[in-house]
Design a binder for this molecule. Structure first.
Ligand SMILES: C[S@@+](CC[C@H](N)C(=O)[O-])C[C@H]1O[C@@H](n2cnc3c(N)ncnc32)[C@H](O)[C@@H]1O
Length: 237
């Protein structure tokens, strides 16, 4: 499958570290106690930054679902370098088809920075699978939009130095459901030597949307920090 990320992976992933730093404590607190008999699914795992974080805080088996060939290649290289390939099963199918390849009972799920790519029926299918597959007492962690925005946000600029170049991402969330992004590579003379448009559709998904989707299941939905939702399966009494 040709993915939006295949040609953008090179530029995208170096700007994700801040987002993962903000999740670090929550990932450890949510999944840290899960032992080697547990299974955690990383949905839309990308280049493996979250898979890597999971592997460092739990001994659980990990299943990483990622449809982009380039992002998967980056993840595989990262896992191999760390010597943890045998702990991670990689599934290349996108949602919704990829749900068929996931186990019916899991001990944790992480869905980071990807829900906005899914159409309503696809994400509701994902929420339904989570609500019916989480083992009692276990939790899924999902990044969401802080609130449903009806207005354009201000553009955000992120920059990383890569040797003699500066890699810049200018991102602009536009209502409704549109993301405008621009990757630029800038040399020491301030010339743009390469650039790539990153525009795509991006649906705002809130904690309230998740609550509505899983109503009637034996789960609880909480917001441990702004922009993050947790779905927790009730423990057996
Ligand atoms: C912004 S990246 C985030 C990657 C990773 N979760 C992270 O936070 O670093 C979004 C990821 O979602 C994946 N994705 C997009 N549509 C998908 C779908 N229908 N099913 C599964 N993954 C999808 C993309 O290939 C991409 O790797």
């Amino acid at each position: 499958m040709d993915s939006h990320y295949d040609s953008r992976a090179e530029y995208h992933e170096i700007h994700m570290h801040g987002a993962w730093d903000r999740l670090r404590d929550l990932v450890r607190d949510t999944f840290g106690g899960i032992g080697s008999d547990g299974v955690i699914v990383d949905v839309g795992a990308g280049s493996g930054l979250g898979t890597l974080m999971l592997s460092g805080c739990t001994d659980a088996e990990i299943i990483a679902l990622e449809p982009s060939t380039t992002m998967r290649a980056m993840m595989m290289a990262r896992l191999d370098t760390l010597g943890i390939l045998e702990r991670v099963t990689v599934i290349p199918e996108p949602l919704p088809e990829g749900l068929r390849d996931l186990p019916g009972r899991v001990d944790g799920v992480i869905v980071a920075h990807m829900l906005g790519h899914l159409a309503e029926a696809e994400r509701n299918g994902l929420f339904e699978w989570i609500a019916t597959s989480l083992a009692p007492g276990r939790t899924a962690l999902l990044t969401v939009s802080a609130e449903p925005s009806t207005e354009d946000t201000e553009p955000v600029v992120q920059e990383r130095a890569v040797g003699r170049h500066l890699y810049r991402l200018t991102s602009h969330m536009q209502a409704p459901g549109r993301y405008e992004g621009l990757f630029e590579v800038i040399d020491r003379q301030r010339r743009v030597v390469r650039s790539l448009d990153d525009a795509t559709s991006w649906h705002a998904v809130t904690v309230a949307d998740i609550r509505t989707a899983v109503a009637g299941h034996n789960v609880q939905v909480t917001e441990p920090q702004p922009g993050v939702a947790q779905i927790s399966a009730m423990a057996m009494s």
